[in-house]
Design a protein around this ligand. Structure first.
Ligand code: EPU
Length: 428
């Protein structure tokens, strides 16, 4: 499959936003801690969810689809002895949450840790240090992580290093630990809050999620949520479609059912780029009337500007002809640059800022032209779709499996607002 876009069309209309990928994934794995039945709503139809469900099923969960985006997950028969297939675990980065969840429930866990978009080094040393601080022993050999305990896990003070994954993985392991675990330098992302809310409605005692200090008082058992749990809307999907409104002058897109607070740093950047942004309750409208302006952006953990919006905003800066993004989170989130260059983008990477950070600069107004390009990772792939909307002629985006990991029917949603975009059923 590939995606083709005939660019240059003004976009106008409303786009409903799906549940958030980076919230739903830890929540799905957190059901392992429940030892019961959970109903979860607003689950996006993306391949990372599909693969998470395959992993959970392989570990012994029973999953039933109750309706569109609604799943019933029964984790009573999870088997801590099963080592889920390495290839399946490697389909996604978030499979590392299985380790924290199994450790939290059974006091032991074995699983492979690898996979995810190739956007830089993705070690799990913070996760493992956290598990060890709770009293587990970690042995890693050929990417197989084995976690064991000789006595019940005990609460401790643990550094989360502002890492999204390690904050939630450590929290999972700590949910049943004796005493209190304090995660300092915890990630403050909205998905961490949603994950903590989910566990709290199941009986966990987690306070402070959304701040940099999270305290988890160990509880004996968790129970099924009384009501179905609804996942928060995806701030990155929303941000991506808000950028789409900037691709062609005269466009106007309203993203529906978002949490405006989560969008603040993205909105601030879009305003600096010259887009008009208006908020109306849970909807945000973005309009482009006239030329775009350059600006300089640096990615940072929440509430800073999200790294997961970097490539999409860079397309706007290419159209503006000036501006830069300094990438501070991922050491190699730059493969999209060469693909954008195939579309005649004037863009350069300057890798002179230190170990992790690199600056990407728009070096002159880009009149983007349609080309055959490859999605090299999820957000870089989304940026190519955006560039295709702006480009003259036809853009063909290949390797779209990356895009399907995190965008729930991006083609249909863009078609709804007038884009000339379609799937092509071609063997790659
Ligand atoms: N890091 C370490 N050691 C660790 C963990 C992280 O050195 O043990 C480093 C990473 O190499 C990176 C930084 O810390 O440089 C931040 O990593 P973090 O742990 O926060 O990232 P993650 O949990 O692996 C999640 C999202 C990413 C998103 C980042 C940052 C999921 C499944 N993935 O990754 O999402 O970019 O947080 O916000 O939640 C995406 O959706 O496109 C995506 C890549």
């Amino acid at each position: 499959m590939r995606i083709s876009v005939n660019g240059g069309k003004q976009l106008c209309g409303e786009i409903p936003i799906s549940g958030m990928k980076n919230a739903v994934l830890p929540i799905l794995f957190a059901t392992v801690l429940i030892d019961g039945v959970c109903v979860i709503e607003n689950i996006p139809d993306i391949s990372d969810v599909e693969n998470s469900l395959k992993i959970l099923t392989a570990a012994g969960a029973k999953i039933t689809k109750l309706g569109s985006g609604i799943l019933k997950i029964d984790t009573r028969n999870i088997n801590s002895e099963i080592i889920v297939d390495k290839e399946l675990m490697g389909t996604m980065r978030a499979s590392y949450y299985l380790l924290g969840a199994l450790l939290g429930r059974f006091g032991k866990a074995s699983g492979y840790s690898s996979g995810g978009c190739k956007i830089g080094e993705r070690p799990i040393n913070y996760h493992l240090a956290g598990f060890e601080a709770l009293g587990a022993k970690a042995i890693v050999s050929d990417e197989l992580v084995e976690l064991t305990t000789s006595s019940p896990l005990k609460g401790n003070i643990i550094d989360g290093h502002f890492s999204v994954g390690s904050t939630m993985n450590i929290a999972m392991a700590a949910v049943h630990a004796e005493g209190t675990t304090t995660i300092i330098n915890a990630a403050r992302e909205p998905h961490v809050v949603d994950f903590a809310n989910f566990l709290n409605v199941c009986g966990a005692n987690i306070v402070g999620a959304g701040t940099s200090t999270i305290k988890i008082k160990g509880v004996e058992g968790l129970h099924s949520p009384v009501q179905p749990y609804t996942v928060i809307p995806d701030m990155i999907e929303a941000g991506t479609f808000m950028c789409a409104a900037g691709m062609v002058d005269g466009s106007r897109i309203t993203v529906k059912n978002v949490i405006p607070k989560h969008m603040e740093s993205t909105v601030a950047v879009l305003k600096k780029i010259g887009l008009t942004v208006t908020e109306d309750g849970e909807n945000i409208t973005v309009e482009r009337n006239g030329e775009l302006q350059g600006t300089d952006v640096t990615t940072a953990p929440y509430p800073g500007f999200p790294t997961d919006m970097h490539p999409q905003v860079m397309v706007l800066l290419c159209l503006a002809g000036k501006g830069s993004v300094v990438e501070e989170i991922w050491s190699d989130r730059f493969e999209y640059i060469n693909e954008l260059k195939k579309m005649d983008a004037s863009i350069e990477r300057h890798a002179s800022l230190g170990i992790r950070a690199s600056r990407v600069i728009a070096t002159g107004v880009s009149k983007l032209k349609g080309a055959e390009v490859n999605a090299m990772d999820l957000r870089g792939g989304a940026a190519l779709v955006l560039a295709g909307l702006a480009a003259e002629g036809t853009t063909v985006i290949r390797k779209i499996d990356y895009i399907l990991r995190g965008y729930d029917d991006i083609v249909k949603k863009l078609e709804q607002v007038g884009a000339d975009i379609y799937w092509e059923n071609v063997e790659e």
